[in-house]
Design a protein around this ligand. Structure first.
Ligand code: S3P
Length: 179
């Protein structure tokens, strides 16, 4: 791993419904780290829902907010950062996260993702006449970006606790002075 990096945080990237929030919260609890979620921070800073931002300002405006939040998060230490599913498509954002965080990508099949998100309505990109096709389409476009993470973890056959333990194990391997 590049020695210029200062791995004081953990960032979880991956598609909607792969478990970033649940795994992130557990990893933070187990390591006694802070927890930050880019979607929550955007909503707190703007006082608006993600749906509202997408509908009224458009996706590019949302992506600009994501970039601003990630720039602010570069000041954090001992923090688990859960990110919105589309965030790593911007190479600047991924590069920024990699400066200070071990980047872990959570992965699931489109079928499992659909099972997890089908009863939720807070994700504007899935307000589509054929959300399952949309998931497959977006996953195909984003796969090369998710694969740029330091660690890839399939969350489909593992419990939340197992995934969290794997994330911690990898963090300790890469950041041995921070046990
Ligand atoms: C998005 C994923 C969402 C949220 C927004 C856009 C995406 O976050 O950032 O709805 O582009 O995949 P989650 O991955 O936490 O659902």
């Amino acid at each position: 791993m590049n020695n210029d990096r200062r791995l004081v945080n953990i960032a979880l990237i991956g598609f909607m419904g792969t478990g970033k929030t649940t795994v992130g919260r557990l990893v933070a609890e187990l390591l006694r780290f802070e927890y930050a979620d880019t979607d929550e921070l955007i909503q707190a800073q703007t006082g608006r829902s993600i749906n509202d931002i997408f509908q009224n300002d458009g996706e590019p405006a949302f992506r600009a907010l994501e970039q601003k939040i990630v720039e602010e998060l570069a000041r954090c230490t001992r923090t688990v950062i859960a990110t919105g599913g589309g965030l790593p498509v911007n190479p600047k954002i991924l590069a920024s996260l990699k400066q200070h965080a071990l980047v872990v990508s959570l992965w699931s099949s489109p079928e499992k993702i659909w099972e997890r998100v089908r009863h939720q309505s807070h994700r504007p990109l899935l307000h589509d006449p054929d959300p399952q096709a949309k998931i497959r389409e977006l996953l195909a476009v984003r796969e090369p970006f998710y694969k740029q993470a330091d660690v890839l973890l399939n969350t489909e056959l593992r419990s939340v606790r197992e995934v969290a333990q794997q994330v911690i194990h990898q963090f300790r391997l890469e950041s041995p002075d921070r046990r």
